[in-house]
Design a protein around this ligand. Sequence first.
Ligand code: ADP
Length: 401
Amino acid sequence: MLKQDYMQVSPDQPINSEAPLQLLLFVDGRPQSRQQVQQIRAYLQGLSAEYSFELQIIDVGQQPYLAEHFKLVATPALVKIHPEPQQTLAGSNIIAQLKSWWPRWQAATEAFLNLQENLKDISDQDEYVVRPDSTIHSVAVSAELIKLADEIFDLKQEKEKLKEQLQFKDRVIAMLAHDLRNPLTAAAIAIETLQNNFDVENGKFEILKPKMAEHLLKQARAQTKIIDRMVADLLQVGRGNDTNLPIVPQKLELNKLSLEVLAELRDRCIAKSQKIETDIPNDLPLVYADPERIRQVLINLLDNAIKYTPNGGVISLSALHRTTQKVQFSIGDNGPGIPPENRDRIFENHYRLERDEGKDGYGIGLSLCQRIIRAHYGQIWVDSNPTGGSWFHFTLPVYPS
Ligand code: ADP
């Protein structure tokens, strides 16, 4: 009896595994092996005329787990799975190997059948009959088990990852929601002050000097921009997929942008009596970058400088045209600095120095900066002195003239 087909070996499709000699022929879809497979099949067909055996043909492309189960390294391969011991013939001369093994396989099958007969005679009971435990069906079951175990392992890992992501999201969303209150209150106070002083009939502010009214308007606008950025961060965290970072580069005046960002944060520096020093050449070339993303980088770096530098400290902004193709921008402070062993790690997602755990933050600012700068094909790094002070530098491509 010769069964030749590409039917899937699967435990829910039990196949007839009565024949004591059971073989599996593993094939692949490569055109190069087609001829060899045809020859092996024809040879087996010839053998089946003299001796009954069961043959299952398995396409490794469809049943990779079975190939894994038999630790196959090449196809085609012919595996004798019963009677035991299991044996694999592979390589370019399977037919030659089969010729030499065939008589021994037949002998082993006969021995198995005799043993079964003897046991049956002794006990005269069916349950004492030795049942083959490595039939095609049982092999399919164990291969399916390997596959399921692998899938369970993958699912468990996926679950852990999702759990971690969810916890992180919850934490970030709670913190961002909390942080949103500051700019929201500042904007609301500015708007309320303007509104309370506005005389509708005259169309003028009653007590407020025009300069003060302008300051309040600017303040309200700056705070809404901060809110906007935070909401964008929230949405990004919500999306959870932080691998894609859309960049829309354009011609950008870095000195103008940095002064705008500085103006937005000036009140915070004033509140901490921090001095700001700038050294940005007027002829700094234009860069090729996404303004919104670079704004995020500048805000994050300046925000850190203000946050980690004590009251009365000095924060500096400087830029230089490093090469014909690159502009380097630096934000320095005279705060506590970064120990040498942490200078790379602070750019990792969620990483914070133990020293700063008491301060607000969630360790994503610098990793976001790094992703943004790298997406612009630039570099970002930090220098620090043993006596303190940090200098965060980043480079951006010059806009081609
Ligand atoms: P966060 O500030 O939210 O903790 P960041 O990714 O922006 O996250 O920074 C990571 C860590 O690097 C901070 O927790 C802090 O320990 C350290 N750090 C960043 N900037 C400075 C700085 N200017 N001075 C000292 N330490 C800093």
